[in-house]
Design a protein around this ligand. Structure first.
Ligand code: ZN
Length: 309
């Protein structure tokens, strides 16, 4: 398998402070683990390009994006709080534009057959970003911007987004809840942040709530039962993954007890579906994961699976 790894050093320009778990160290810890293990050498490495305004505005209205840009403080001024735990700094929207731009580049690589699949090691994350509201460390919905690029520029019709972050992907659901061509499957600790969209009234939104303390076997059984029939019915031409690793047992935020092997397993399961319906096309995008060690090892296993190892 040709697996592309897309990242950018300037994603670190978004920095919410030394105490904040969504830190630039998250990506460097993944990079270090991939180097240490030798897996880095087996991947194709690319730099993210900046997303264009046109690509963003397919998902987020211009006025919302402008208001985010205007809320950025000047260099040297204090960060500006946009919700209880999300702060915007002078370079935040630059980093966000690289994060979304990485997904756009990944879509192009997969749909031009330059890569079998892609992992975007980017931040800020995106799955909590709703159409007109930014929250939960997220500003632009990176995955949705990639999905719209695939639909508008390559004529892809049916898409599946699979989100195994410990938090519900409310932003993605908000954007696609009335769009039956996009199937969204999300597993998440419940009840828990973001406290919305946990109940689905839409056929294309498959919510898979997990109790605190849920172990790997229960997770595997639940996602097989809820996701597989929906994916088989939907027959997606392309699959996106909101790859959050904060459901790991060592993560300080989530209370779900997955291990690296569970992330390997779920990635393999998604690859089987992609092989059957989607010509193997997968673009996976980093979301959460706040234990630097668990994040690095989990992302490593996820990428090993993508690579077909
Ligand atoms: Zn999360």
């Amino acid at each position: 398998m040709i697996t592309s790894y897309i990242s950018h050093s300037e994603c670190s320009f978004h920095d919410m402070g030394p105490w904040h778990p969504e830190s630039p160290h998250r990506i460097s810890s993944i990079n270090q683990q991939l180097e240490r293990s030798g897996l880095a050498q087996e991947l194709m490495h690319y730099s993210a390009r900046l997303v264009t305004d046109e690509q963003i505005y397919r998902v987020h209205p211009k006025a919302h994006v402008r208001s985010l840009e205007l809320s950025q403080p000047d260099e040297g001024s204090p960060l500006v709080q946009i919700d209880d735990d999300t702060l915007i700094g002078p370079k935040t929207m630059h980093a966000a534009a690289l994060a979304s731009g990485a997904v756009v580049r990944g879509v192009e690589q997969v749909l031009k057959n330059q890569a079998d699949n892609v992992f975007c090691a980017v931040r800020p994350p995106g799955h909590h970003a709703e159409r007109v509201e930014s929250l939960g460390f997220c500003f632009l919905n990176n995955v949705a911007i990639g999905v719209e690029h695939a639909r508008h520029n390559f004529g892809i019709k049916r898409v599946a987004i699979i989100d195994f972050d410990v938090h519900h992907g409310n932003g993605t659901v908000d954007i696609y809840k009335n769009d039956p061509d996009v199937l969204v499957c999300s597993s998440f600790q419940h009840p828990y942040f973001p406290w919305r969209y946990a109940d689905s009234e839409w056929d294309n939104i498959i919510n898979t709530p997990l109790d605190a303390g849920c172990d790997g076997l229960t997770f595997r059984r639940k996602v097989e039962q809820s996701w597989l029939p929906a994916l088989q019915m939907h027959r997606p031409e392309m699959i996106f993954i909101s790859a959050g690793f904060d459901a790991h047992k060592d993560d300080p935020m989530g209370e779900v007890n997955l291990t690296e092997d569970d992330f390997f397993w779920v990635t393999k399961m998604i690859m089987d579906v992609a092989k059957t319906y989607s010509n193997g096309r997968i673009v996976s995008v980093l979301e959460g994961g706040y234990s630097l060690t668990a994040l690095a090892h989990s992302a490593h296993r996820h990428i090993e699976a993508l690579k077909g190892l």
